[in-house]
Design a protein around this ligand. Structure first.
Ligand code: PEP
Ligand code: MN
Length: 350
């Protein structure tokens, strides 16, 4: 349910409505747009129609949100959400295309700094690297934990990049809040509802990856778990789903990008690394993702992928990443996106 306020509604009227909603046992969430100010009501809304909210001063109309996800839906907020970060001009979901790059796992200081230097030079403004890894085998490398987070914090300091890293559980999330800029919730945890709620109470933006067999509606409901706890800064991520194909690890479902954008105001990025699982497919699918209207990419890059402790086969070399970025510079203007000026371009050159 959405209480749309009159354009001349006062702050006092808005506050009284929020107070009334909370008194009735529901939750009130402000939805600020350029065109209108609204208050979304969540909870078990049985009987709310008879509570007289529509007669309160300042109310223009009450709209029922038809979808099961409420705060996530375009019905609640028609304009695109632009996710912003504290103390940074990086955005996801605005005109600038977001580039998140780095190794699958933080393996050592040397490896991480090496990759960071190269992806930063190629134009990535966000750095990825797992310090906590969700692995299929309990015997596989599980990540460096807090030691890995400290290395990521060094990357942030040294290269002025924002850090995106995965929280596999609430304990990891707690630690990540001290070192990183964005919490990644992995495909395997897309329906870990207690973790989603914890991420919803975090001040950091959340990168929510689609489960490998999740429908779009399930992905949007997972995002609703985060938003219902108060965190508005959620970015969706298509990372490939399980199909019958035998030519790739997963099938990158690019048609979900326009579908998600139609139903939700949240940004959506693509992960062509997990989406294909094979190095030679990553760049073509990265370019296709940009062409399909993605708000950005998350790409695995490793300077020595043959010796990577995880996902080496799908990690591209730093030189390939740089080549991918220069191809993106050709595609992005067609879809109305920009990239930061090329850091490798010589001054004075066009
Ligand atoms: C990752 O980003 O390294 C990862 C584990 O991704 P996903 O959750 O999509 O498998
Ligand atoms: Mn990986």
């Amino acid at each position: 349910m959405l209480v749309v306020m009159q354009s001349r509604a006062t702050a006092d009227q808005i506050q009284k409505i929020c107070q009334r909603i909370e008194e009735l046992g529901f939750r009130a969430h402000s939805v600020e747009g350029t065109e209108r100010y609204a208050i979304a009501i969540t909870g078990d809304l049985h009987g709310i129609e008879s509570c007289g909210l529509d007669e309160m001063p300042g109310v223009a109309e009450i709209i029922r949100i038809s979808k099961p996800y409420k705060l996530v839906s375009r019905e609640a907020k028609p304009e695109n959400t632009i996710v912003r970060f504290a103390n940074s001009d990086v955005t996801i979901g605005g005109a600038e295309f977001a580039l998140i790059a780095g190794p699958c796992s933080v393996e050592s200081r040397e490896q991480t700094m090496n990759v960071a230097e190269k992806v930063a030079a190629a134009g990535a403004r966000l750095f990825r690297g797992g310090a906590y890894k969700p692995r299929t085998s309990p015997y596989a490398f599980q990540g460096m934990g807090v030691e890995g987070l400290k290395i990521l914090a060094e990357v942030r300091e040294h290269f002025k990049m924002l850090i995106v890293t995965e929280a596999v559980d609430a304990e990891a999330l707690e630690a990540i809040e001290d070192y990183a800029d964005m919490i990644q919730i992995g495909a395997r945890n897309m329906q870990n509802f207690s973790l989603l709620k914890r991420a919803g109470r975090s001040p950091l933006p959340v990168l929510l990856k689609r489960g490998m067999s999740a429908t779009l509606e399930e992905l949007l409901m997972a995002a609703e778990y985060i938003m219902s706890e108060g965190n508005r800064n959620v970015v969706l991520c298509e990372r490939g789903v399980r199909t019958f194909t035998d030519h790739s690890r997963n099938t990158l479902d690019l048609s979900v990008i326009p579908a998600a954008q139609k139903l939700s105001h949240l940004p959506i990025i693509a992960d062509p690394s997990h989406g294909t699982g094979k190095r030679d497919r990553v760049i073509p699918m990265a370019l296709a993702s940009a062409a399909a209207g993605a708000d950005g990419l998350i790409v695995e890059v490793h300077h020595d992928p043959d010796h990577a402790l995880s996902d080496g086969a799908q990690s591209i070399f730093p030189e390939q990443f740089a080549a991918m970025v220069s191809k993106l510079r050709g595609i992005l203007p067609v879809v109305g996106r920009t990239l930061e000026p090329d850091p490798t371009a010589q001054a004075g050159e066009l």
